[in-house]
Ligand binder design. Structure first.
Ligand code: AHG
Ligand code: MN
Ligand code: MN
Length: 332
């Protein structure tokens, strides 16, 4: 029999490294893993069950909600609520943070920011989607959690992770000591360690950007895209374009193979499209922990001081040398 390590075993083994509220933190991660399995079950049935299509509502971003957006949001919040380790959740699907303080969680020490279902335009067409989350320590010491508990810099994250519901389902997370990936074995219903200590190559050959927006991009980005398309034997160009349109899946591929992901600001999205608190920050923490880099073109994503829960940012992230090159073009 091949020896394998489940997510639950791994979390317990690593809990000794964690300096603060170890037991609670382990339970919090485990609860997220359980909700991920429930969401995975529904994602896998999309097409069979009455789970695809629009929920007929708009979320706070003015974007149409899909049924799975709503389902995933409910499942993650329910898991965090019953776990009792988290006092407040900020979700893409809700305008305001949701206080989940209860008798069980009155001493809860953690704050979670989450995009419960990322890439929702890909659900109905059987293309990979994901979940992405960020965990912070609560800063206030009593009463209801405040917005200051949520609006912390990405650099203060204690953990971040994503789940990619793809040709197989994987959970990848970091607590600031490297990045580990777990693949869901559906026959036993467990995430098993399959990608220990993931490192992103410093240079890759993949660039991922929605080139349909080319005309609206800043000059520096246009020049970088042209650079990717040029022929050059020494640097292996032209690079390969790969873009799924689900942030989590695009980042996951580039993390394993090397490459760069770009979602620039543009004339129609002046601050970019992706959300800082529950898309850019967790992805940036993971990519940095794997040895890569994440920038908004000028500064490190993790150093941005947030002012609003749903604020957007440009995002350039992946292999360090590639992000450096983009910054050079943007600063020219
Ligand atoms: P969400 O489904 O959570 O709203 O996120 C969609 C995001 C992200 O996953 C992806 O990288 C990006 O939107 C794709 O945007 P374009 O369709 O503009 O390329
Ligand atoms: Mn998203
Ligand atoms: Mn989403």
């Amino acid at each position: 029999m091949t020896a394998f390590k489940t997510l639950g075993q791994f979390i317990i083994e690593k809990q000794a490294d964690f300096p603060y509220a170890k037991g609670e933190f382990s339970r919090l991660l485990r609860d997220i893993g359980i909700a991920a399995k429930i969401v995975n079950r529904e994602v896998n049935k999309a097409g069979l069950a009455d789970i695809i299509g629009s929920a007929g509502k708009m979320n706070i971003q003015g974007e149409g909600q899909q049924k799975l957006d709503v389902y995933a949001d409910e499942q993650f919040i329910a898991a965090l609520r019953s776990g009792g380790e988290c006092c407040v959740v900020a979700s893409e699907e809700h305008e305001n943070p949701i206080s989940i303080q209860s008798e069980v969680s009155k001493n809860a020490k953690y704050v979670v920011c989450i995009d419960p279902l990322d890439g929702s335009s890909n659900i109905d067409v059987n293309v990979s989607v994901g979940t992405v989350f960020s965990i912070y320590r609560r800063t206030s010491t009593s009463g209801e959690a405040t917005s200051a508990d949520i609006l912390q810099k990405g650099a203060l994250q204690v953990a971040a992770g994503y789940i990619v519901y793809g040709s197989s389902t994987m959970l990848v997370y970091t607590t600031g000591r490297g990045v580990n990936g777990f693949t869901l074995d559906p026959s036993i219903g467990e995430f098993c360690l399959s990608h220990p200590d993931i490192k992103i190559p410093t240079q890759g050959r993949i660039y991922s950007v929605n080139e349909g927006n080319y005309r609206k991009f800043p000059e520096g980005v246009k020049k970088y895209i042209k650079y990717c398309e040029e022929e050059d034997n020494e640097t292996g160009r032209p690079y390969t374009a790969r873009y799924i349109g689900s942030l989590v899946a695009d980042i996951h591929r580039n993390l394993l193979l090397g490459g760069v992901f770009l979602y620039p600001n543009s004339s129609s999205h002046t601050n970019g499209k992706l959300r800082l608190m529950y898309e850019a920050n967790p992805v940036a923490f993971i990519v940095e922990q794997a040895g890569g880099k994440a920038s908004d073109g000028v500064q490190r994503i993790l150093d941005i001081t947030p002012t609003e829960l749903h604020q957007r940012t440009a995002l350039y992230c992946g292999s360090t040398d590639m992000v450096d090159k983009i910054e050079e073009y943007l600063q020219e």
